[in-house]
Write a protein that binds this ligand. Structure first.
Ligand code: COA
Length: 169
């Protein structure tokens, strides 16, 4: 991503340490999975280009954060590959269905590809239909189901896609 890019009246840009408090607040409002401040800063330090925020008039209202890992391919279990892992994405309720989640995903996927990832994967609650629909629209497929993945006992789908040259704009 260039330093920042526009999506109508919204702006997407890389996370900076000054955004930490706001990103933590968005995470706490939108998701039951929370992280320590160190976890956010560590991800940012290691993979700054795939930690992106969306803002409106200088107010952060959404984020995505990812990392890159070496592990077995989601598509060929015998092959060790570099994979992009979407750790967390959220958009504040009042700004949803405006294309921000999709734009955050697209910019993060491009950054992960630039880090050398050949695949991208994520976990999602099996009942999280908005998110599943977002990922399917970006050509992710369900490749696995992990029983009791979440601390409340809910299962996760693992969704993945190849990270080819044609990441949608
Ligand atoms: C999932 C989430 C990030 C989507 O953000 P968003 O900005 O609303 O998504 P977009 O506007 O870019 O939506 C892109 C597409 O995703 C699908 N989608 C998004 N929200 C949806 C909903 N409530 N119902 C059905 N489909 C939905 C649609 O296909 C949509 O395209 P369309 O609006 O043209 O129909 C947002 O709902 C959110 O923050 N949820 C809470 C946190 C969360 O669940 N994160 C994912 C954890 S794995």
């Amino acid at each position: 991503m260039a330093d920042r890019c526009a999506l109508g009246k919204y702006v997407l840009r890389r996370f900076s340490r000054d955004d930490l408090e706001k990103v933590i607040r968005i995470n706490e409002e939108c998701l039951p999975e929370h992280y320590t401040p160190f976890f956010y800063l560590d991800l940012h330090q290691s993979f700054p280009n795939s930690f992106i925020v969306a803002e409106l008039n200088g107010e952060v209202l959404g984020y995505i954060m990812c990392r890159v890992e070496w592990s077995l391919s989601e598509f060929d279990r015998w092959r060790l590959v570099k994979k992009g892992h979407v750790i967390s994405i959220a958009v504040l309720p009042e700004h949803r269905r405006k294309g921000i989640g999709r734009a955050l995903m697209v910019e993060a996927m491009k950054a992960l590809r630039d880090y050398g990832a050949s695949e991208i994967y994520l976990e999602v609650r099996v009942t999280n239909h908005p998110a599943i629909s977002l990922y399917k629209g970006l050509k992710f497929e369900i490749v696995n189901r992990i029983k009791h993945y979440y601390s409340d006992g809910e299962d996760a789908y693992v969704m993945a896609r190849k990270c080819d040259a044609r990441i949608e704009d």
